[in-house]
Design a binder for this molecule. Structure first.
Ligand code: NAD
Length: 266
């Protein structure tokens, strides 16, 4: 478990895409430090309820779940209104929901392009649009967008994902400038490769597109770009998040904390 401690008692957080992978880990990192949370994401209803109940019980916080689909602006608006109503405030917004599709650009399905841009980029616009007035009214807020090393670097066969993540960084910087005088910051965390369900699927997809084995994808494709040749851990991302939501991180604004094992040093 992550060793950084920050007192988030009484704070309220929304984490999109927190039924799996990085989002679930970040939600747990916030809950462990005392924040009340609203989980969101797709998945099996009983698995989600088990996660929600465990976090509430284990950390003594309020934990809710809202099923907003990140492709539906009205549902996203309802997610933010639900959080502000149930928790009475909204201190931390983490835009984490994301999907991936790997394909040469000339064969890239248009519906996959639209879904990736919608979930990975446009949903963050909608959450921020509705969260900003709540945060401005309380003169405090921390917006953290889970972008990617692909906000800074490209990889072949990931046209939509790389475009969306570059867009998330641009959105983050713009929002940071707009909210800076309201006690609100907006930043990105840019992970390199983390072994989550999304990456497990990518390993299989990339193996198919390149015609090589899954073992070769991990060694020669995924981690060849990551100089440490190890996957980024959930705890390392929680550490970056806790810095950004702590008072020590209060003047980090419009920035990206890149946790990539040295990938972007190249
Ligand atoms: P994951 O597949 O484990 O989790 C994705 C989450 O998004 C799930 O909770 C899923 O239900 C949710 N989601 C997907 N479509 C949704 C929709 N339409 N509406 C609501 N929720 C939806 O993936 P992950 O690897 O944990 O990725 C989380 C984020 O981290 C993504 O934005 C991803 O791009 C980013 N990221 C991941 C890695 C990595 O190596 N895993 C690296 C860099 C960035």
């Amino acid at each position: 478990m992550n060793s950084v401690r920050v007192d988030l008692s009484g704070q309220a957080a929304v984490i999109t895409g927190s039924t799996s992978g990085i989002g679930a880990a970040l939600a747990e990192g916030l809950a462990k430090n005392g924040a009340h949370i609203v989980l969101n994401g797709l998945g099996d209803a009983s698995d989600i309820e088990t996660l929600r109940a465990r976090l509430a019980e284990q950390y003594g916080i309020k934990a809710f779940y809202h099923p907003a689909n990140m492709l539906k602006p009205d549902e996203i608006e309802d997610l933010i209104a639900f959080a502000a109503h149930e928790l009475g405030r909204l201190d931390i917004l983490i835009n984490n929901a994301g999907i991936q599709h790997v394909s040469p650009v000339d064969a890239f399905p248009a519906d996959k392009w639209d879904a990736i841009i919608g979930i990975n980029l446009t949903s963050a616009f909608h959450t921020i649009k509705h969260a900003a007035p709540v945060m401005k009214a309380q003169r405090y807020g921390r917006i953290i967008n889970i972008a990617s090393v692909h906000a800074l670097r490209a990889s072949p066969f990931k046209a939509a994902y790389v475009a969306a993540k570059h867009g998330v960084l641009g959105l983050t910087k713009t929002v940071a400038l707009e909210v800076a005088e309201n006690g609100i910051t907006a930043n990105c965390i840019n992970p390199g490769y983390v072994k989550t369900p999304l990456v497990e699927n990518q390993i299989a997809d990339t193996a198919r597109v390149r015609g090589i084995s899954e073992e070769d994808v991990v060694r020669d494709v995924l981690l060849s770009a990551q100089p440490t040749r190890t996957f980024i851990t959930y705890d390392q991302l929680i550490g970056a998040l806790l810095y950004l939501v702590s008072s020590d991180g209060g003047n980090v604004n419009g920035h990206a904390i890149t946790v990539d094992g040295g990938w972007t040093a190249r």
